[in-house]
Write a protein that binds this ligand. Structure first.
Ligand SMILES: Nc1ncnc2c1ncn2[C@@H]1O[C@H](COP(=O)(O)OP(=O)(O)OP(=O)(O)O)[C@@H](O)[C@H]1O
Ligand SMILES: [Mg+2]
Length: 295
């Protein structure tokens, strides 16, 4: 499935992005942005602004709210459009392809880099359902802090990007991060299969070793724990290499719950290999091996 905002980009002009941008900035201060704020940013006439807002509204890029004033907010598609436009403008990508995968909190698409290699974009989509409920409640509370799902998605992308960069610095087998804008990360594409989808895994013991090495290097050298490691976040490439993806929930080794997450990651991996490959690694031994750098 192609990305909806991507088809819209073609019909958008610089001034449309300026309006979207003015709404994005206004949303830092309140849920809905009054037209006066938009005008003071774009310096357009009221009539022209209303015309452009109408168009963006019809395209589904902004939402209109009519209350004691008329206000606007970006839709998810509007936010996508802003981020994608920047990714194109900064030449991080030159084309977009089909969807590869959709997770609980993201959508992943093929994309192309200026040198014509394939990469992916991962669009973070955090907290939509729970956020809608929170927002309903919040409207009646005195809490002034404006919490938005768009902002939460951006934070999640920034978090993942940070860990990808660190992992890359330490040469861990994770996707090379190429760039980020708002809630979208551009990163290396691994041509392969998700570990869980592989029917028969040859050399399972060697792959287990690779995963344990990854956990140990992340913990001992880079100083973090993946925190969501399982057969669903591991790719075996067509060249038979093991790669680890999906890092937004990583945390630093010094965090209070880091050890608990480390144990959980090891447990998930051991359970998978036991069930699928009939090998029985000793979980405690593996943990001691990983933690041996602390002695
Ligand atoms: N670097 C990559 N190379 C190839 N495919 C990838 C890459 N990153 C993600 N994918 C694909 O996109 C899917 C979702 O990615 P990811 O696991 O990072 O997101 P997620 O939303 O956290 O997923 P989930 O909630 O299901 O764990 C993956 O299962 C995989 O199929
Ligand atoms: Mg995943």
């Amino acid at each position: 499935m192609p990305l909806e905002a991507a088809t819209l980009l073609k019909g958008l002009k610089k001034i449309d992005y300026k309006i979207l941008r003015s709404i994005e900035i206004g949303m830092r201060y309140g849920e809905y942005v009054p037209i006066e704020s938009i005008i003071s940013y774009t310096k357009l006439s009221q009539e022209r602004t209303e015309f452009l807002l109408d168009r963006l509204h019809k395209k589904g890029l902004i939402r209109r709210w009519i209350g004691h004033f008329t206000g606007y907010e970006l839709t998810v598609m509007g936010y996508d459009a802003l981020a994608l436009d920047r990714l194109y403008e900064s030449k991080l990508i030159v084309a977009l392809g089909e969807e590869i995968g959709v997770g609980k909190e993201s959508q992943v698409f093929f994309a192309q880099r200026p040198d014509e290699t394939t990469c992916i974009i991962k669009i973070h989509r955090v907290g939509y359902t729970s956020f809608q409920q929170t927002r309903k409640k919040r409207r009646y509370t005195s809490d002034k802090r404006h919490l938005s799902a768009l902002y939460a998605s951006r934070l999640s992308a920034e978090e993942e990007f940070k860990w990808l960069q660190l992992a890359h610095e330490y040469g861990l087998p994770t996707p090379t991060p190429y760039g980020i804008n708002r809630h979208i990360i551009v990163m290396e594409y691994f041509d392969g299969l998700i570990l869980n989808d592989i029917k028969k895994l040859n050399d399972a013991d060697l792959f287990l070793e690779d995963v344990i090495h990854f956990i140990k290097d992340a913990w001992c050298k880079a100083g973090f724990v993946h925190g969501d490691l399982s057969q669903y976040n591991i790719i075996i490439t067509s060249e038979g290499e093991l790669k680890v993806i999906d890092l937004p929930q990583a945390i630093e080794r010094d965090a209070p719950n880091a050890r608990e997450l480390l144990e959980r990651d090891v447990h998930n991996i051991v359970t998978f290999f036991e069930r699928k490959c009939q090998i029985s690694p000793n979980e405690q031994d593996l943990l001691s091996y990983i933690l041996s750098c602390e002695d």
